[in-house]
Design a protein around this ligand. Structure first.
Ligand code: NDP
Length: 514
C-alpha cells in the first residue's frame, strides 16, 4: 500500500519521483548494537537532514543494556560525529530520540513500550504509524514479535488508521526448515504486507540501476539472452576478514552469509524477465520465477565441479600481514567453515539456455569489489585476416556495484597505425561523476521504503524459501560428504583458491581479475 502521491521533479537532466512518508515512530530492538549506531541511526539522520522526515517522527531505541535517554542520545551524537555528518541538525534530531531498556522475554517491556508509543505518537503527531525494526540476533525475532502482539501493537485497525510494519534483518533462517518455521511463526502474528525482510544489497543505487539499465534502454533488451551472451560473472569480494563477527560467522559461512541472499538477489535481477510495472509484487513475482528456474546443484564431481569452497590462510593485504581464518578470535580451531565460495549456475528457461552464471564471493581476497560482468559472445566471423574470431576480445559489460559505482563497456577499436591495428577500449560512466560522490547509503533507501510502504526491494516469503531450497542440499551434502567437496585453502590477499579457476577453465573461460 503506497501512501502519499509521488512528486515528480527534474534533476540532472533526468526525473526523480519523490514520495514522502507519512509521520511515523520507529522502534529499534537491538539499539545498543553495531548495526544501529553504524547504519540505522545515520540513515534516519540523513533522511531527516534531507527533509524526508519532517518533524513528525520519533525513535525509541530498545535493548537489554541499561541506558538513560540522555546516554542514548550521547551515543547517537558520537556515532554521527564519527561519520563526519554536519552537526547543524544533530541537536534537533536528538530531541526525537528515546531509549527503553528491558528483557525481551518479559511482558513488562512491551507494556512499557505500548505506553511510550502512545505518548510519543501524540507528542509528535505520528497518527499511530509505527515501524518496528529487529536489529537483534535472529533468535529474538519471534519472542519480540510475540511480546508486541500480546500488547496488540501489530494491529492495524480502521480506528487507528495507522500502519504497523516489522523489519527483519538477515539472516532470515539458517536453512530451508528454519526459514519456513520462522515464516510460520511470524504469520501467526502478522500479515505478509507488514513483513519487511531486508537485504541491504538491494538498497544500493547500482543494484537498483540494473532494472533501470535493462528496462529503460531499448538497445539492451534485444541482446540480453543466450543468442548474444556467452556467460555472466558475479563477484562479491571483500578484503576484510571475519573481524568481530567471527563467532557468528563460524556457524554460518559464506554460503549462508552472502550467497543465499545477496548473490542470488543480484543473479535474479540480471536474469529477470520484464515485469509489466515497477510494482512490488510484479517485480518480486518475476524474481521468484528466476529462482524457480535455477538448476539444482548436483553432488560434487571432482572432475567437473559445480561448487568450490575455500578458507583463507595467512597472507598479505595492502602490504600488511593478516592472520588465517583459523587464527581469528572466535573461530573453532578445526573449523571447516567456508570463507570463499564459487559456483556455476544454470537457469533453465528460454532466455538463458546454456548460459553459465559464474558466482564467486569471499573474504580476505585481493580487494573489495562487487561487480557483474556480462561477457558477450565472440563475433561470428572475422574479416580482419589474419586475425581469427577468437583473437578479437569479447565485449564485456561491467556493472560495478562497489566501490567505483558505474557501468563500463569494453569494445574493440581501431588504433592509429597500420591498416589492421586494434585494441580494447572502455566506454564508461561513473556515479561519482554525476552525483559528486554522494551516493546515498542503502539503509536510507530501504528505511524510506519501509515508511512509505513499498516492498519492492524486500524479500517475499516465497523468494526466501526458494533461495534456501537451492542452498540447503549443499549445506547437507558438505556435512555428510566433506571428502567429495573438500575445503580448499587460499592465501589472504589472493584471487581465491586455485581450484576455483577450474570452474571456468574446463569450459575454456577464465575469471576476470579481482
Ligand atoms: P550486535 O551483535 O551488535 O547485537 C545487537 C544487539 O543485540 C546488542 O547490542 C545486544 O544488545 C543484543 N544482543 C546481542 N547478543 C544478544 C543475546 N545473545 N541475547 C539478547 N540480546 C543480544 O549485532 P549487530 O548490531 O551487528 O546486528 C544486528 C542484526 O543485524 C543481526 O541479526 C545481524 O545479523 C544483522 N546485520 C548486521 C549488520 C551489521 O553491519 N552489523 C549487517 C547486516 C545484518 P543488549 O545486550 O543491550 O540487549
Amino acid at each position: 500500500m503506497v501512501g502519499s502521491k509521488p512528486i515528480v521533479t527534474f534533476e540532472n537532466n533526468g526525473f526523480c519521483m519523490t514520495e514522502r512518508p507519512d509521520p511515523c515512530g520507529l522502534v529499534i530492538f537491538g539499539a545498543s548494537g553495531d548495526l544501529t549506531s553504524r547504519k540505522l541511526i545515520p540513515a534516519i539522520y540523513q533522511l531527516f537532514n534531507k527533509k524526508f522526515m519532517g518533524s513528525h517522527f520519533y525513535i525509541i531505541g530498545c535493548a537489554r543494556t541499561e541506558l538513560s535517554t540522555d546516554e542514548f542520545r550521547k551515543k547517537i551524537e558520537s556515532a554521527l560525529m564519527e561519520l563526519n555528518y554536519e552537526p547543524v541538525h544533530i541537536h534537533e534530531f536528538l530531541t526525537h530520540c528515546f531509549y527503553t531498556a528491558g528483557d525481551y522475554h518479559s511482558p513488562d517491556l512491551y507494556k512499557r513500550l505500548k505506553k511510550e508509543i502512545k505518548e510519543l505518537n501524540q507528542t509528535f503527531q505520528c497518527r499511530q504509524n509505527v515501524l518496528f525494526y529487529m536489529a537483534t540476533p535472529p533468535y529474538l525475532y519471534v519472542p519480540i514479535t510475540e511480546g508486541l502482539t500480546k500488547e496488540k501493537l501489530p494491529r492495524e485497525t480502521i480506528e487507528n488508521r495507522g500502519f504497523r510494519r516489522f523489519v527483519y534483518e538477515k539472516p532470515y533462517g539458517r536453512d530451508l526448515e528454519s526459514a519456513i518455521q520462522l515464516d510460520r511463526d511470524l504469520n501467526t502474528f502478522l500479515s505478509e504486507h507488514q513483513i519487511y525482510r531486508i537485504d541491504h544489497y538491494l538498497g544500493k543505487e547500482t543494484v537498483q540501476n540494473i532494472l533501470m539499465f535493462r528496462f529503460a534502454n531499448s538497445i539492451v533488451e534485444p541482446v540480453w539472452n543466450h543468442h548474444y551472451i556467452d556467460h555472466v560473472q558475479i563477484t562479491v569480494a571483500e578484503s576484510l576478514g571475519v573481524g568481530h563477527r567471527a563467532g557468528y560467522y563460524d556457524q554460518s559461512g559464506q554460503l549462508r552469509d552472502m550467497f543465499q541472499n545477496h548473490m542470488l538477489q543480484l543473479l535474479s535481477l540480471i536474469a529477470i524477465e520484464q515485469p509489466s510495472t515497477f510494482a512490488a509484487d510484479q517485480v518480486r513475482d518475476e524474481k521468484v520465477k528466476v529462482l524457480r528456474a535455477i538448476e539444482p546443484f548436483v553432488p560434487c564431481n571432482s572432475q567437473y565441479p559445480c561448487i568450490i569452497r575455500g578458507q583463507y590462510q595467512a597472507g598479505k593485504i595492502n602490504g600488511e600481514m593478516v592472520s588465517a581464518y583459523l587464527d581469528e578470535k572466535g573461530t573453532e580451531s578445526a573449523s571447516q567453515t567456508e570463507s570463499y565460495l564459487a559456483a556455476r549456475v544454470y537457469i533453465n528457461n528460454w532466455r538463458w539456455k546454456e548460459v553459465p552464471f559464474y558466482l564467486r564471493t569471499g573474504k580476505r581476497l585481493k580487494s573489495k569489489v562487487t561487480q557483474i560482468a556480462i561477457v558477450f559472445k565472440s563475433v561470428p566471423h572475422s574479416m580482419f585476416y589474419p586475425l581469427k574470431e577468437s583473437d578479437l576480445a569479447n565485449n564485456i559489460l561491467l556493472l560495478n556495484v562497489q566501490p567505483d559505482e558505474g557501468i563500463s563497456l569494453k569494445m574493440q577499436a581501431k588504433m592509429p597505425g597500420t591498416k589492421i591495428c586494434m585494441t580494447s577500449v572502455k566506454m564508461e560512466f561513473n556515479y561519482r561523476d554525476i552525483l559528486g560522490g554522494k551516493v546515498p547509503e542503502p539503509y536510507e533507501r530501504l528505511l524510506l521504503d519501509c515508511m512509505i510502504g513499498d516492498q519492492t526491494l524486500f524479500w517475499r516469503y516465497d523468494g526466501v524459501e526458494l533461495a534456501w531450497q537451492l542452498v540447503t542440499p549443499v549445506i547437507d551434502w558438505w556435512k555428510t560428504n566433506p571428502e567429495e567437496c573438500p575445503l580448499f585453502y587460499y592465501p589472504a590477499g589472493s584471487q581465491g583458491p586455485i581450484e576455483a579457476e577450474n570452474l571456468l577453465k574446463l569450459e575454456g573461460r577464465q575469471w576476470l581479475p579481482i
